[in-house]
Design a protein around this ligand. Structure first.
Ligand code: IVH
Length: 702
């Protein structure tokens, strides 16, 4: 990348970079859940909001983007759960078209390529486009030997044993004169009825995460570590293509191939039909579109394949798709229903997502009773109200959405939806911070919807660093009602020892005597002393990362001083507020987050609770003049982009060595540390003849 023009692009501060890194990690996490585990945790709307924030940051600070950025990747790398299989014949994909005109254009291209005159129509095999995941099954002398997913088309995953559990898959082929090797390709899918039954069963087993649609369910069921799980799921398949084949006569046409697949024992779609020319193909599209709602499986379009193999061979392929086939996608299915109520869901990060509770309807053949409304802006933009008749749609893998309101059917009594000012789960107040679309519950430390996540943060390495309190253990303790707030961690031992305790920890699954002893020892060690910066970070105040927590700790020195200042800073007109935002690196948006946190009484109760159970917060190590810090008592200004550390880290390190960090250059400045692309501050420093340090010189002096 060349960066000759850096004039217009702003350079990111350390805080922005931290934010960006956090966002990247979050997106990578959700990508992995979606693509690798087939178990998305957040709605598409929330995911899109994350991507939108990422895009905005990258647009403002293009220098943030690296090869590793989520914006530079598609999907997620294949999981390592299965061994790779290199396809002998690549598994292609199809070019998509979205209307009849594009299909007509496809037909024109085919005819032109083949040089056919007006009197010679091209016949197409029309096939429903099954919404599942493609597979390749390999047979040697008629015996099934290997199954693979498509993967990236060149390398897929070995799913031999999982695929074997499908009763639809022939394990030995019927007939004689079988090819020496044969690869059959097609689609694994889950019937809508089986999908609904599966979700019902999962829900009955107390499973919190259900599958969003039949395709996710099929993918999730097929890609299981344990084939026994796959076997317990009802999966189906259709065959529609060949890969590698040796020792057999070539086929004349796609229809002959489909007949042979059926003769070998594969399920072949009964709705496949040869279309004699383009008009017939368009008629087939309409027929199938009309049948779509009644089918017990999802189809997202039709596929047209030039029927004659000789033509197919001549047409060949462009990039990764055949020139002889095209997919004609159907629009998302839409239906009308009543929006009965708008509920608010609180996510594990405290974001409140409005959800429409609907009069249940069948859309795309699946019963739908809820739809996401994304966020407040979206709700207002579409003017969605309780009691409205609405059009909803299920588009492919998307959770149902409300497309629009039928305003002419709106009840006269209808009123705009009023967002609550308190969290529906915990009653803490709700904020909407500047520049964010989401409403957030501020009761992070107490809100049951967020608490496991917050507890996890609280005990994490950079926070209280309590070993032995991993995610699983926390979840168990939470579910058993033993730990619901950070304070509970410190009373756990006492409660465990108390007479009358029904089930002691050491007798629970996954614990044991030694483990419990170690856990209590780790907890008590932290009770005896935790650094102020760790304490601040542990509270999980939005935007307050490790380095900001350190800046705050160094600035205020003690928990007492910090708490006092934060209370006083709730008034933006106060001196305390001025003092807070004057800390280099703490902007108004962070100050607002802190204010939101400290104006929630639940949070103050937790802090008080921690002190009551004897947690000792150590004062920040105020630097003393040891005689060898050139920065002691000196004023330092940072400008430009540092390469080796973030801005906040650099500041924190200067502060630790006794420096004062200022935001602007003046006669009183002792050092100006200049990173890449520094601007007016550097110029001014030179004018004033101040001591200028490069980043390396600064590090050396530290
Ligand atoms: S043929 C050479 N036929 O659609 C082309 N694909 O968008 C290979 N699909 O990856 C595909 N039904 O997973 C073909 N009757 C059908 C299909 C079908 C569903 C899927 C398949 C493929 C994707 C391409």
């Amino acid at each position: 990348m060349t960066t000759t023009d850096t004039g217009s692009a702003r350079l990111p501060s350390g805080e922005v970079r931290e934010d960006y890194a956090r966002l990247c990690a979050e997106i990578a996490h959700h990508d992995a859940l979606y693509y690798q585990n087939d178990a998305p945790e957040i709605s598409d709307g929330d995911y899109d909001a994350l991507r939108a924030r990422l895009d905005a940051l990258e647009a403002e600070y293009p220098s943030l983007v690296t090869d590793q950025s989520p914006s530079q990747r598609v999907g997620a790398a294949p999981v390592t759960l299965f061994s790779p299989v290199t396809h002998r014949v690549p598994m292609l994909s199809l070019a998509n078209t979205y209307d009849d005109d594009e299909v007509v254009a496809f037909n024109d291209r085919v005819r032109k390529f083949l040089g056919l005159g007006a009197g010679t129509p091209v016949a197409y095999m029309g096939e429903p486009k099954i919404d599942g995941l493609s597979f390749s099954a390999r047979y040697e002398n008629g015996v099934y030997v290997q199954g693979a997913t498509r993967g990236d088309g060149t390398v897929g995953e070995d799913i031999t044993e999982n695929l074997r559990t499908l009763s639809d898959l022939p394990k030995t082929l019927r007939g004689d004169r079988l090819p020496a090797t044969l690869e059959v390709r097609g689609e694994v899918y889950m019937k809508k009825s089986d999908f609904e039954a599966l979700n019902e069963q999962l829900a009955a087993n107390g499973e919190r995460k259900l599958f969003a649609n039949p395709r996710n369910a099929a993918a999730g069921s097929l890609r299981q570590k344990d084939p026994a799980v796959t076997a317990s799921r009802r999966l189906s398949l259709y065959a529609y293509a060949l890969g590698d084949i040796e020792g057999a006569e070539p086929f004349d046409s796609q229809s002959a191939l489909l007949d042979q697949l059926a003769a070998w024992g594969f399920p072949v779609q009964s709705l496949n039909r040869v279309c004699e020319g383009i008009d017939d193909a368009l008629a087939y599209t309409r027929d199938l579109g009309a049948k779509r709602p009644e089918l017990d499986y999802d189809i997202d379009g039709v596929v047209f394949k030039v029927n004659r193999m000789e033509y197919q061979e001549r047409l060949g392929m462009i990039s990764r798709s055949p020139r002889w086939a095209v997919a004609r996608k159907f629009p998302a299915e839409q239906v009308e229903t009543v929006l009965e109520r708008i509920a608010l869901q609180v996510g594990r990060t405290g974001v409140l997502t409005p959800v429409a509770e609907l009069e249940p309807v069948r859309v795309g053949g699946v019963m739908v009773s809820r739809a996401t409304l994304h966020n407040e802006d979206e709700l207002r933009r579409k003017d969605i109200r309780e009691g409205d008749r609405v059009i909803i749609q299920r588009a492919g893998d998307v959770i149902p959405q409300v497309v629009r309101v039928l305003l002419d059917k709106r009840p006269a009594s209808s009123e705009p939806f009023v967002f609550p000012t308190v969290c529906p789960v915990c009653g803490s107040h709700v904020v909407r911070l500047e520049g964010e679309v989401a409403l957030r519950c501020t009761g992070g430390l107490v809100c049951p919807a967020q608490v496991v996540e917050r507890l996890r943060h609280f005990v994490s390495r950079s926070a209280f660093d309590i070993e032995g309190l991993g995610h699983k253990i926390l979840e168990t303790l939470f579910e058993a009602g033993l730990v619901r707030t950070p304070v509970d961690i410190f009373t756990l031992e006492e409660r465990n020892r108390a007479p009358g305790t029904l089930q002691r920890l050491e007798n629970r699954d996954g614990f044991g005597k030694k483990k419990v002893e170690n856990l209590f020892a780790a907890i008590n060690a932290r009770r005896a002393g935790v650094a102020l910066e760790r304490f601040i970070f542990a509270l999980g105040i939005p935007q307050i990362g490790v380095s900001t927590a350190r800046l705050l700790a160094l600035h205020y020195g003690s928990l007492e001083a910090w708490l006092g200042a934060m209370q006083a800073a709730l008034d933006p007109g106060s001196e305390a507020f001025q003092d807070l935002v004057s800390i280099e690196g703490i902007g108004p948006s962070m100050a607002a987050d802190m204010a939101a946190f400290f104006s929630e009484p639940h949070n103050l109760e937790v802090i008080q609770g921690l002190r009551d159970v004897g947690v000792v917060v150590q004062d920040a190590q105020r630097p003393t003049d040891d005689g060898d810090s050139p920065f002691f008592g000196k004023t330092v200004v940072f400008t430009g982009t540092l390469e080796k550390m973030g801005r906040s880290e650099a500041k924190a390190r200067a502060l630790e060595r006794g420096a004062k960090v200022a935001g602007s250059v003046s006669k009183k400045t002792d050092f100006v540390v200049v990173g890449a692309d520094a601007g007016s501050k550097e110029t001014k420093a030179r004018e004033l003849g101040l001591r200028i340090l490069t980043e390396d010189e600064f590090l050396a002096l530290l």
